[in-house]
Design a protein around this ligand. Structure first.
Ligand code: RP5
Length: 164
């Protein structure tokens, strides 16, 4: 049985919330209310480290970590826990389109994996779905809900195609 606080959604700044709300909303569609925190690898390094170190014993199973610019948050958390870390690189408006954050998130050294999603809102939504898929490995009800989600998504595209 999935409990509501099994997923954490952390982000480097409150300015990231606009995009990360779509991750939180997607989790809510599956009755998951995540632990949401603003933690920064650079501005609050010790608090971020403590969060990662204590996450498993606090009942968290998956951590979604979003950040822009030199996005070290996902990697910094991954260094301190064996929980799966899903990274969401964000476009901070620095003129690089989020490529700065993408490379900072995805190019982890061997031994410290981060599952990086794509940049921005699509990545935020996919992070939620990926977290749900991890939880669904040990939750049959959740697996069924995810299968229904895919069917509904397929139906919507078919209807749009038919309406052309
Ligand atoms: C990153 O720097 C944050 O994740 C955010 O995307 C970016 C800019 O932060 P603010 O200056 O808006 O707080 O650490």
């Amino acid at each position: 049985m999935v409990s509501k606080k099994m997923v954490a959604v952390v982000m480097g700044s409150d300015s990231d919330m606009g995009v990360m709300q779509s991750c939180i909303d997607q989790l809510a569609c599956f009755d998951i209310e995540p632990v949401v925190r603003i933690l920064s690898a650079h501005r609050t390094p010790q608090i971020a480290a403590d969060f990662a170190q204590n996450a498993a014993q606090n009942g968290i199973k998956v951590i979604i970590a979003a950040a822009g610019m030199a996005a070290h948050l996902a990697g910094a958390l991954a260094a301190r826990t064996t929980l799966p870390i899903i990274g969401v690189p964000l476009d901070s408006g620095a003129g690089l389109g989020g490529m700065d954050a993408l490379l900072s998130t995805v190019q982890m050294p061997p031994g410290v994996p981060v599952a990086s999603m794509g940049i921005g809102k699509a990545g935020a939504k996919n992070a939620a779905l990926f977290a749900l898929q991890i939880l669904a490995l040990s939750d049959e009800m959740l697996r069924k809900k995810l299968a229904e989600f895919k069917k509904t998504q397929e139906k919507k595209v078919i209807e749009k195609d038919a309406a052309l």
